[in-house]
Design a protein around this ligand. Structure first.
Ligand SMILES: [Zn+2]
Length: 206
């Protein structure tokens, strides 16, 4: 039943790609379907552990930065994370939750890179981004989510340089679409982030 519900929600959300099936969701509890070998962290558990730190940072960021970028009409800046059990690497968000695939855990090189994936999607929610806007605006939204993602990354205690290194590897991998008119090219996003970080110390990127 829960799976069906999530499958239905998946059709409604506005992400970059369509996941093949959710296995878990909710408020940072480890998924029941996690196939853990005792003593080892599953991919899903890793997403939730890292995601929890990002969400704590998001909450603190909202508390310290009202009214902007605190979302309008939202009591909390802490959002549930849904985990898609898929070997493909994808992440997305709708207005109230972040989704990450277990395949992304295998693509990232560090917790900091995984944190940036989650922080970028959280940035979309914090700014009330929408897919119902022009392609030009959607491109701006991507850059804005990157910028907020770096702030949250630093606030969560991760090395913010992981953001650019992840985008660079996504570019080089060829695994991610480069021609979607709603998304700026990954290489461009990498350059924008690197430029911003060269100009400013991470703690002051806000
Ligand atoms: Zn995005």
């Amino acid at each position: 039943m829960v799976r069906l519900l999530w499958a239905a929600l998946a059709l409604l959300v506005c992400g970059c790609q369509t996941p093949s099936g959710f296995v878990s969701s909710g408020n940072f509890s480890a998924p029941a379907t996690a196939n853990a070998v005792s003593g080892f962290e599953t991919d899903a558990e890793r997403i939730l552990r890292v995601g929890n730190r990002v969400m704590q940072a998001a909450e603190a960021h909202c508390a310290n930065a009202k009214p902007d970028p605190a979302p309008i009409d939202r009591g909390s800046c802490r959002f549930p994370i849904a985990i898609a059990d898929s070997s493909a690497a994808f992440a997305s968000s709708n207005t109230e939750r972040v989704r990450v695939s277990t395949g992304f855990v295998r693509f990232v090189m560090s917790d900091a890179e995984l944190a940036f994936v989650i922080a970028h999607e959280t940035g979309h929610i914090l700014r009330n981004h929408s897919v119902s806007v022009s392609s030009e605006r959607r491109q701006e939204q991507e850059l804005e989510a990157d910028r907020i993602g770096v702030v949250l990354l630093a606030r969560a205690g991760y090395d913010p340089r992981a953001a650019a290194s992840l985008l660079q590897r996504m570019t080089n991998s060829g695994l991610f679409a480069q021609s979607d008119p709603s998304h700026p090219a990954l290489a461009y996003r990498t350059r924008v982030l690197r430029d911003a970080m060269n100009r400013t110390e991470p703690a002051a990127v806000e």
